[in-house]
Write a protein of this length. Structure first.
Length: 558
């Protein structure tokens, strides 16, 4: 029997955890040299909730956060949840026009932003969008952002920024200091909230058109975080290193909420991903768990100083975000001591995880599937054309239903209806199989499938084969238009450091091992793939680049 679903709000559940272990470490933000116990995190999040109310924000208002990983992010996540504000995660890779779209699409009334990060100047971008900030006094009046009334900038650098003034904006530290940790309004509002209230909006990085705002509730993400943590067997003794971005479900739910629902310790190694600081932080904090997308684990394993670090404290974690290459998974288990690492699969619209492997799943299952269906979630695998459920072992579209499915896309009934059918099934667009033991394997995207001369080809299958080559570090396979066959395969390959490969090497490796029509016609050796901030490979960009390079025209659209 599985534990029942949590029907509390995030704030109430968190407060109950604080009551159980007030002095237990809750957060270590290594790059900020900050540490919080559960009680300290509660006090500061209550103080911030009070301060947000003083800005004039009320239950249901949207608060944007445009920042990489830091303690302020977690405080904002908790504070907004406590008083019924809807946190809107804004991708740190967004630029002016995308920020404009996101803030206006969901009507953000307040924005919490980083000041700068590497070569990105967030405050300058915001001023370009809102020149009125320079002379603003009190509540903002911005022509292009009519609903935005407050901007808060994260002065995380402390003394280095103590003399910096940002007209029209409030320092995060000043805002926090203005709050009252015992403000009676905070528990009074908390008592009126329901688990089914919206708490979070995440923009899905669509490959076409504008991003959609997936709207998630307390019930959605609190339960998903709990069952994710349960699959890893997290306890208060665990310390989870989170190098994945908080603005995405991976950091915010699989990271923060998986920890907070099990009384574990959250550890941020840095504001953005850096392989060396991950290795240093795991060793220094004796982390027992580590998250990452495959490219992050590859970067850590291949770091020139990898062997210097003691990773013996590691036990579990999650590899997700994009298909997990079998060979990479084996190296992670053998060389990083992650014998109980799990694989998770899902999408933003489902809070996000639908399937996850257990810590005790046989390695063969962990490297070849995305695990079993999570508790309290229904799934079906259907023929995309007829809608009929396919037999075990057959490919079909993965559909899911249950507590984890989003409320919908914010302000977009039509696109919500396209994604969630009348019976409540979320259609993922992913192709999957399920074996007789219930293990699910994601074999591609419906849109990724390549049809060459009438043969259906799934790029994932060819990628998995090419990963076996000793000199291949990473590979992506796409379909390109072809006059004769309709489509031909193209492989982009990153070779391992110090290794050399030729096209003929790859073709020889394939010869006699896979069907001739599955051998890529085009082979390119590259140093990186186009990807989103969360590590998702943007295959459409690979396809577009090759079409330009080869002068190809889509037969379907020509």
């Amino acid at each position: 029997m599985h534990p029942p679903l949590i029907e509390q709000t995030l704030g109430d559940f968190f407060d109950a955890m604080v009551a159980r272990q007030p002095d237990h470490p809750a957060l270590v933000s290594a790059h900020q040299s900050l540490r919080y116990t559960y009680r300290e995190l509660q006090i500061e999040s209550n103080r911030l909730a009070s301060a947000l109310l003083q800005l004039g924000l009320t239950t249901g208002d949207r608060v944007g956060i445009w920042s990489h990983n830091n303690a302020e992010w977690l405080l904002t996540q908790l504070a907004t949840a406590k008083v019924g504000l809807i946190l809107v995660n804004i991708n740190p890779a967004y630029r002016v026009s995308e920020l404009d779209y996101a803030l206006n699409k969901v009507g953000c009334k307040a924005l919490v932003t980083m000041a700068r990060f590497k070569t990105s100047d967030y405050i300058s971008m915001l001023r370009e969008l809102a020149p009125e900030l320079a002379a603003a006094k009190g509540e903002l009046q911005i022509a292009r952002l009519p609903q935005l009334k407050s901007v808060v900038w994260i002065d995380a650098e402390g003394d280095a920024e103590k003399d910096v003034e940002e007209p029209g904006m409030t320092r995060f530290s000043t805002l926090l200091a203005s709050g009252n940790a015992s403000d009676p309004r905070v528990p009074a509002i908390a008592a009126t909230l329901k688990a089914t209230d919206a708490i979070n909006i995440q923009f899905t990085s669509g490959t076409t058109g504008f991003p959609k705002g997936a709207t998630l509730t307390h019930r959605n993400i609190l339960n998903n975080g709990y069952f994710i943590g349960s699959a890893m067997q997290l306890t208060p003794l665990d310390k989870l290193c989170i190098p994945v971005p908080l603005y995405h479900c991976f950091g915010m739910v699989l990271g923060n909420l998986a920890c907070l629902t099990h009384g574990a310790t959250i550890v941020y190694p840095n504001d953005g991903f850096d392989a060396l600081t991950v290795l240093q932080t795991v060793q220094a904090e004796k982390c027992t768990a580590l998250h990452g997308v495959p490219t992050m684990f590859i970067a850590e394993l291949d770091h020139p100083r990898f062997k210097e670090f003691d990773l013996s404290s590691l036990r579990t974690g999650i590899m997700a975000g994009s298909p997990c290459p079998t060979e990479v998974m084996k190296r992670v288990v053998e060389q990083m001591n992650l014998a109980e690492i799990t694989i998770a699969y899902g999408m933003t619209e489902t809070s996000p995880v639908s399937c996850q492997s257990s810590t005790s799943a046989p390695l063969a299952k962990r490297v070849s599937t995305v695990g079993l269906v999570q508790p309290h979630i229904d799934i079906k695998i259907i023929d995309p054309e007829s809608g009929a459920v396919v037999a075990r072992g057959q490919r079909g579209e993965f559909c899911t239903r249950g507590y984890s499915v989003m409320q919908g896309y914010w302000g977009d009934v039509e696109r919500t209806r396209e994604a969630i059918d009348a019976e409540g099934w979320m259609h993922t667009g992913d192709l999957a199989t399920m074996d007789d033991e219930g293990y699910v394997n994601i074999v591609g995207r419906i849109k990724d499938m390549v049809i060459r001369g009438g043969e259906n080809i799934y790029p994932r299958e060819i990628e998995e084969y090419l990963y076996r080559h000793a000199a291949v570090q990473d590979v992506q396979v796409v379909g390109l238009p072809d006059k004769k066959y309709g489509e031909e395969l193209c492989a982009w390959i990153i070779t391992k450091p110090g290794q050399a490969l030729t096209e003929s090497d790859i073709r020889d490796f394939c010869k006699g091992q896979i069907a001739h029509y599955k051998v890529p016609r085009y082979i390119e050796f590259v140093t990186e793939f186009p990807m989103t901030v969360t590590g998702k490979i943007q295959k459409f960009k690979i396809r577009d680049a090759m079409k330009v390079q080869l002068g190809l025209v889509d037969e379907k659209t020509a």
